[in-house]
Design a protein. Structure first.
Length: 258
C-alpha cells in the first residue's frame, strides 16, 4: 500500500465545484434539483424575515427563498472551491474552512446543509460550528445521499460521492453533536440515468416510489433543532479562516450559476 493511500482516498471523496456546477446544469441535474428543491420547501414552507444560509453546495436550492428571507447567503468549504452566486447580482457566497464558519454566534435562523456531510474533512467540528451559528430557535436541514437508494451507488452524480447515510446514522450524528432530529423525508426515486425516457417519466417514478417503495429514495432530508438544555458553550475551532471577497470571485472561478 503506498504511503499516500489515505491522502488519495480522502481527496477522492471531495467534490470539486466545477463538477457540481456541471451536474446541476445537466438534464439529470435539473431533474434532481426540482425534486430536492420541492422537498426542501415542504420542510420550510415559510422563511419570512429569516437569515437563510446554505453550507456545502446549496446554491441550487437557495434561489427559492429570495424575496422572502431577510438574507440568503452561502458558504462553500475550502477543499471544494467557490463559484459566484447569484448570477448577475452582487456575490453572496464565501469560501471558508468548514470547521470555522464566518458568522457570529446564534446569527442564522435556517441552515441548509447540502453536499457537505458526506464529504466533510472535519465532520464533527463542522457540526459543532453549525450548532454555534444557529439561533436558539433556528432549524437545520441536512440533505444527504441515502445508503439504500440507487443514487449513492453510482458516482456519475454528486450524490454518489463520499459517505451515504441511513436515517439512523444521521440521527446518531445529530444527537452526538447536540441537535434534536425532527422530520425525515425522502426524495429522488427516479434512477440516476441520462436516458431521455427515464427523465421524462421522472414524476411517475417519484409518485410510484413514494407510494410503493418509500425507503428507496435516493436522498434523505433530515430536519433538526438545537439541544439547548444539555449543551455546553461551543468553543470556536482555532483554524485559519478563508474568506473570498466579491471582487476576487472572478479570479477564483471563472464561472457562474443560476
Amino acid at each position: 500500500m503506498p504511503r499516500n493511500y489515505l491522502a488519495i482516498t480522502l481527496t477522492a471523496m471531495w467534490i470539486d465545484v466545477i463538477d457540481l456546477n456541471s451536474f446541476y446544469r445537466s438534464r439529470l441535474g435539473r431533474v434532481a434539483r426540482h425534486f430536492v428543491r420541492n422537498a426542501i420547501r415542504e420542510h420550510w414552507p415559510k422563511v419570512d424575515g429569516d437569515v437563510v444560509v446554505g453550507l456545502g453546495y446549496a446554491t441550487p436550492y437557495l434561489k427559492q427563498f429570495e424575496g422572502e428571507a431577510d438574507r440568503t447567503l452561502a458558504v462553500m468549504p475550502a477543499h471544494q472551491g467557490v463559484t459566484h452566486w447569484p448570477r448577475g447580482k452582487m456575490n453572496r457566497v464565501t469560501l471558508a474552512d468548514e470547521a470555522a464558519l464566518p458568522f457570529p454566534d446564534y446569527s442564522v435562523d435556517r441552515l441548509l446543509v447540502v453536499h457537505a456531510l458526506e464529504t466533510a474533512e472535519y465532520l464533527r467540528q463542522m457540526m459543532r460550528e453549525a450548532w454555534r451559528v444557529l439561533a436558539p430557535n433556528g432549524r437545520m436541514l441536512v440533505v444527504v445521499p441515502a445508503r439504500r437508494g440507487f443514487w449513492s451507488r453510482r458516482d456519475v452524480t454528486p450524490f454518489g460521492m463520499g459517505k451515504p447515510y441511513t436515517v439512523g446514522q444521521v440521527h446518531r450524528l445529530l444527537r452526538e453533536t447536540q441537535f434534536d432530529p425532527q422530520q425525515v423525508t425522502r426524495t429522488l426515486y427516479v434512477p440516476p440515468s441520462n436516458l431521455g425516457f427515464m427523465l421524462h417519466s421522472a414524476p411517475v417514478w417519484e409518485r410510484a416510489g413514494k407510494k410503493w417503495f418509500p425507503r428507496l429514495g435516493g436522498v434523505l432530508l433530515v430536519e433538526a433543532t438545537k439541544q439547548i438544555y444539555s449543551a455546553n458553550p461551543v468553543r470556536r475551532v482555532s483554524k485559519p479562516r478563508l474568506v473570498v471577497v466579491p471582487g476576487a470571485i472572478g479570479a477564483t472561478r471563472a464561472m457562474s450559476e443560476d
